[in-house]
Design a protein around this ligand. Structure first.
Ligand SMILES: [Zn+2]
Length: 159
């Protein structure tokens, strides 16, 4: 019997508890250095107050995508939801980190999804996400739709 999934795959889950700051240090900053770019660390610069991106779920992975180049997407670190594109380095925002928005309903989505064992069905593109590039064309789904599709009941708060 397969193990029951208890949570979606976030940056922290995928990287076994790594924080976003360490991920930046070990992964993004090294990619940047190979391109001759000295990537500012998230603690050292402001986060852009504009240009936040919406998190979405594809095959159980919680992702954010670069809205500018449409190429890069990364697992979201829900403990520190920031996004830095490793293709365009958020040039449009002057190199500042973007905020990643995890909607209030995200908890409901996760609660519904963890009852589904088939990873291929673990998809949630919130309406209005305006995905571009390779993610364009993924169907948008409201939380109510995903709950109906998955055939599971989501308990309301306090039940
Ligand atoms: Zn980009």
């Amino acid at each position: 019997m397969p193990a029951i999934r208890t949570q979606l795959e976030t940056g922290e889950v995928h990287h076994h508890g790594l924080t976003y700051a360490v991920y930046v240090e070990r992964v993004l900053a090294r990619i940047a250095a190979r391109q001759g770019y000295d990537l500012p660390r998230p603690a050292a610069v402001e986060t852009s107050l504009i240009g936040a991106v919406q998190a979405f779920v594809v095959k159980g992975q919680v992702l954010a995508q670069c809205p500018d180049c449409g190429i890069e997407y990364q697992l979201v670190f829900t403990g520190e939801p920031l996004f830095m594109c490793s293709v365009c380095w958020n040039r449009v925002l002057g190199g500042l980190y973007r905020r990643v928005v995890l909607p209030e309903e995200f908890g409901k989505v996760e609660a519904a999804m963890i009852e589904v064992r088939d990873t291929n069905r673990l998809n949630w593109i919130p309406p209005g996400s305006k995905l571009v590039g390779i993610m364009r064309g993924e169907p948008e789904q409201a939380v109510a739709e995903i709950v109906v599709e998955m055939g599971v009941r989501v308990r309301e708060e306090g039940q």
